[in-house]
Design a protein around this ligand. Structure first.
Ligand SMILES: [Zn+2]
Length: 232
């Protein structure tokens, strides 16, 4: 065994395999030799933007950034192209945004913070090795401390009709019937002194957020704020 011993060799093999599998480039702008460059990081650290969804959502909605350019590329890389490393970058952005909203008075201060990922199709999430929004929420919760919990309470039924091609209204009612609870909400979600944030990757019409907020309300969970990674 050469210098450094077996651990070092294993690390080198793992690094070489990693290099083969995914060339290391910024998930936002494609700059080489970094998974997330300082320019894209600065863009994500910009103040959260308030959104005006077409479908009425019974809670204010905010985005970490605009759904265009490097942020859009990074969201797609995270969601569609297996760049799970970007969950770290977005998780840091989400934690920043929640702290900023609290400072602005746009997020109530509670004894606990419950972060609820928007629903994914269960089978789709499994195929991709776990839901990326839950991964982002988990990174943020780790940074925000022990009073923050991630509660994956929502799933969409697999029988959901494909909503592509439907108008915003039809899409909303299609979704409303399709969102289900994965379990009864724990006390951490229903307590009066818990602040509840619904998190999703992208907000376009707001239909998913609106249906999720309504479904949670029916189960006694009042969503205080919706935060998405990127919004129009
Ligand atoms: Zn970049």
């Amino acid at each position: 065994m050469g210098p450094g011993g077996p651990v070092r060799v294993l690390r080198e093999v793992a690094a070489a395999l990693g290099d083969l599998a995914v060339p290391l480039v910024c998930g936002g702008c494609g700059r080489p030799d970094t998974f997330w460059c300082p320019v894209c990081a600065a863009r994500l650290r910009d103040a959260p933007r308030v959104l005006a969804p077409r479908v009425e959502v019974d809670a204010p909605a905010w985005a970490l950034g605009r759904y265009d350019g490097p942020i859009r590329a990074a969201v797609l890389a995270l969601k569609e192209h297996g760049r799970r490393d970007l969950a770290q970058a977005f998780g840091e952005g989400l934690a920043d945004a929640l702290m900023t909203l609290a400072q602005w008075g746009d997020l109530p201060i509670g004894r606990r913070l419950a972060v609820i990922p928007a629903p994914t199709k269960r089978s789709a999430a499994r195929r991709r090795g776990g839901d990326p929004v839950t991964a982002v929420a988990t990174v943020a919760a780790g940074l925000l401390g022990p009073r923050t919990t991630v509660l994956p309470l929502l799933a969409t039924a697999n029988l959901t009709q494909d909503s592509a091609g439907l108008g915003a209204g039809a899409r909303a009612s299609n979704l409303a019937g399709a969102i289900e609870l994965t379990r009864s909400p724990p006390a951490a979600a229903t307590a009066a002194d818990t602040v509840v944030v619904l998190v999703d990757d992208v907000l376009t019409t707001g239909a998913t957020a609106a249906a999720s907020v309504r479904r949670l309300a029916r189960a006694g969970v009042g969503v205080d704020t919706v935060v998405v990674l990127a919004g129009a």
